[in-house]
Ligand binder design. Structure first.
Ligand SMILES: [Zn+2]
Length: 340
């Protein structure tokens, strides 16, 4: 990688125009249960994709699986291996992209895994490892809902909560590569235990996985609720539906989510003054009333000057955002022609 760090920003060429000389990259989205490898061209189009279930989550087994999926995706796209320029991998957790190490990968149970090196041992191309939401933000910014904006925040509320940041046209990953961990900002000091091992994080209250747990805990403690009839896991959309129908427990959880997410996002907007916020993740995108409420309150709570001209839009690339972003990012980091 010929990326250079300056004050936490990775200096890579801007995405437009994308003159990759016809070369392609592999974009990988590595989740906790599945991995997807896709062939991405210089315009961010997905030429083929290969999805695999992770049965063995040891780093070596996952690297073997991804190497096989990569070769299959290249064959499916009708590409020659010589035309592949690089491999980009977006993985959940705290990722040091400069060294290619997964510092903390909670979904996989990994700590300090030099995953880029494991892939380089199996594949003949440069490997760029990055956080999955940074990858998604870069994908949306390049060819999705963030196009033509230089200051973009991807705010993601799904099973977990996180964000990706494009500042002044560059992906911002922080001095240690872990910027944007908004799900682990503290909203209740000393509060609920979070999957990260700390207490009181936003994700411990509003992440989809934790919402489901909170419903189960309340019902186990004897709380009456229409949600008791929903087969677990209870999804955020179930909670919104029950809340709107007047269920007390659902209403409490929904109100708290709307309040905490609105304050969190409004403060983020006040701090960074983005031109565009891209909303993503199953909790926000499957709950139209929650999404509408959060948007309205952000415009009430963010500092007036910081929300001038602000746009809140929905993510456009869906499940492709991670593979498109990691693939484009890898391609742009090794193909000089991709520079504008
Ligand atoms: Zn946490």
């Amino acid at each position: 990688m010929d990326e250079r760090r300056h004050g936490g920003r990775l200096e890579v060429p801007r995405p437009e125009p994308r003159a990759s000389g016809g070369r392609v990259a592999i974009g990988v989205d590595l989740g906790g249960t599945h991995a997807r490898a896709a062939v991405i061209d210089g315009r961010g189009a997905v030429l083929s994709a290969c999805k695999r279930t992770l049965s063995d989550r040891t780093p070596e087994a996952v690297a073997d699986l991804l190497a096989a999926a990569t070769h299959e995706a290249i064959r499916d796209a009708g590409q020659s291996e010589a035309n592949v320029a690089a491999v980009g991998v977006g993985a959940a957790g705290q990722i040091h992209s400069g060294t290619g190490v997964v510092a903390v990968g909670p979904n996989l149970g990994w700590r300090d895994v030099p995953f880029a090196e494991l892939l380089r041992q199996r594949l003949p191309w440069p490997v760029l490892l990055m956080n999955d939401l940074s990858a998604a933000a870069w994908g949306e910014r390049s060819v999705g809902a963030g196009e033509s904006a230089d200051d973009v925040l991807l705010y993601f509320v799904g099973s977990g909560i996180g964000s990706g940041l494009i500042l002044d046209g560059s992906l911002y990953e922080g001095s240690g590569g872990v910027a944007g961990e908004v799900g682990h900002t503290k909203v209740v000091p000393g509060g609920r235990l979070c999957g990260c091992g700390e207490q009181g994080c936003l994700e411990a209250y509003c992440g989809g996985h934790n919402l489901s747990l909170r419903v189960a805990e309340a019902i186990a403690a004897g709380r009456a609720s229409a949600l008791a009839t929903v087969k677990p896991p209870v999804y955020a959309a179930d909670i919104e539906r029950a809340a709107l129908a007047g269920d007390g427990l659902a209403r409490e959880l929904w109100d708290e989510c709307a309040r905490l997410l609105s304050v969190s996002l409004a403060n983020y907007v006040t701090l960074l003054n983005p031109a565009r916020v891209i909303l993503g993740g199953g909790v926000l995108l499957s709950c139209p009333e929650l999404r509408r409420t959060v948007e309205a309150r952000v415009f009430e709570l963010a500092l007036r000057a910081s929300r001038q001209g602000l746009q809140l839009v929905d993510a456009r690339l869906g499940d492709d955002a991670g593979v498109v972003g990691s693939g484009l990012r890898a391609l742009e980091s090794v193909v000089p022609g991709a520079e504008s």
